[in-house]
Write a protein that binds this ligand. Structure first.
Ligand SMILES: [Zn+2]
Length: 460
């Protein structure tokens, strides 16, 4: 029984780990590498295994850095089941089709073969096998799993894996991506209690977010100021997760924050589609959202919300000089409709830009966060005179305190391997985990662990 690290070891993206038990091979995630200039070339490299010899895949959640190379795996011959929970299986088509469209567009520009196309995606989607939360299921002889809430995006899970081989049994817990505790809409990350080995994300292993209430107050303050200034508000937001959280917060505080004076736009067909999936999976909601939903007989309404599907509808927003609150993608403003909104509003000091998610180096979003005096959009120079705010407290990832709290739910200090983090972040978390009694190691690609060598701590 062996676990080998392939992706998201020493970096944030490309999540993929290989579990070999009793002659069978299971993949945990098969994500896309994103960000660096060499990412496209790295995604094209051969897998360190023959895709036709993999017996099953289990997917933690629908983000592209976790599911984005599934169509490539299928293109290269994989035809086995892809297990994930139902809400995740509802979101995956939205992300993979978008990813194929981007790949095809890039390939046409660079005159190369696309990483995969829409047909590969459709073949992949037919392999999805939804499984229920909180229910044990034997996926392969010697491999039983159970998916639990991770509180990161809708349908995100942490995965318990029981493996047995030659009379030895061990339990591995893979965190997937962990959300903040008390995230709007979603349930908190599940507290496991026991494991022989923990595989844990460390995106924000060295950071602390601002508290939830402070963050909401700050957003209220920004909107009030923007109203006094008489401009527009632009929010670059990821289509899945941040957009729905924002809509939920705006609806919840509609009266209190005097939001009737705004015209609110969700300007992203992908975010609109993802929102429908969110609102159609109420069994994944936390107590507060369930209560609100019951009292409104549906999701809390946002009467002045305009869903802007077509490009013409999106362009029409450009004529509004004040009172528009525009949520548009992409989340890091490195493409998408948010670009033309920024082009029309950045040079106006009465306008505000609210950054709600992680901004990778090199993106336009990061330049805004770093207060660049001038940026380039669609080849044009645009001065940044609008007011830019960064709301760290809306992140989809837990901070250091959240990650430690999650680890502390395990009895007996099981050993931890840290994945899904830049090295400084993973190292900082490893240091903290050692203070909490753990043996913590930062995973590197190609590292392989023999699970039978670990002491058996868990009794379930
Ligand atoms: Zn994620």
């Amino acid at each position: 029984m062996q676990l080998e690290f392939f992706g998201a070891a020493g970096e944030v993206t490309g999540s993929c780990h290989i579990l070999r038990v009793a002659g069978h091979q299971l993949l945990l995630d098969c994500g896309m590498i994103q960000g660096d200039a060499d990412a496209p070339a790295r995604n094209r490299l051969p897998f360190p295994f023959d895709p036709t010899t993999i017996d099953a895949v289990i997917l933690s959640h629908a983000h592209i850095d976790h599911c984005g190379r599934l169509p490539l795996l299928v293109k290269r011959g994989y035809r086995g089941p892809i297990y994930t929970n139902k809400a995740c299986a509802d979101l995956v088509p939205i992300l993979l089709r978008d990813s194929a469209n981007l790949a095809m567009r890039d390939a046409e520009r660079e005159r190369v073969e696309p990483l995969y196309d829409l047909e590969d995606v459709e073949t992949t989607l037919r392999l999805l096998r939804p499984i229920a939360y909180d229910t044990r299921r034997e996926l392969l002889p010697g491999v039983t799993v159970q998916v639990r809430d991770a509180g990161h995006i809708l349908g995100s899970s942490s995965i318990e894996v029981w493996v047995s081989e030659q009379g030895e049994q061990r339990k591995l817990v893979f965190s997937g991506d962990l959300g903040q505790y008390d995230t709007p809409i979603l349930k908190d990350p599940f507290a496991f209690g026991s494991a022989d080995l923990v595989l844990m994300e460390s995106t924000y292993g060295n950071r602390r977010h601002r508290g939830r209430e402070d963050t909401e107050r700050e957003l209220d303050g920004i909107l009030a100021q923007a109203h006094r200034d008489g401009g527009n508000v632009i929010v670059p937001a990821f289509a899945i997760g941040r957009s729905q959280e924002l809509l939920y917060l705006l609806a919840k505080h509609y009266a209190e924050w005097h939001l009737a004076r705004w015209k609110i736009f969700l300007d992203s067909p992908m975010a609109i589609a993802a929102s429908r999936v969110y609102w159609n999976n109420p069994d994944r909601f936390d107590e507060e959202t369930t209560r609100l939903r019951a009292s409104f007989r549906g999701m809390p309404p946002l009467p002045n919300l305009v869903l802007s599907e077509s490009a013409d509808e999106s362009r029409a927003i450009n004529h509004l000089r004040s009172g528009a609150l525009i949520i548009a993608g992409s989340g890091m403003a490195n493409g998408g409709r948010v670009l033309h909104h920024l082009k029309h509003n950045l040079e106006r000091p009465e306008c505000h830009v609210v950054i709600v998610g992680f901004q990778a180096p090199g993106t336009l979003g990061r330049q805004l966060v770093d207060r660049a005096p001038e940026v380039r959009i669609h080849g044009q120079r645009v001065r940044c005179l609008a007011q830019v705010h960064t709301l760290g407290g809306l992140s989809a990832h837990g901070d250091q305190a959240d990650l430690l709290r999650w680890y502390d739910s395990f009895a007996g200090h099981p050993p931890v391997y840290l994945v899904h983090g830049e090295v400084p972040s993973s190292e900082a978390l490893a240091e903290k985990l050692r203070e909490h009694g753990a043996t913590a190691t930062v995973a590197r690609p190609g590292l392989s662990i023999d699970l039978a060598n670990l002491p058996a701590l868990s009794r379930d």
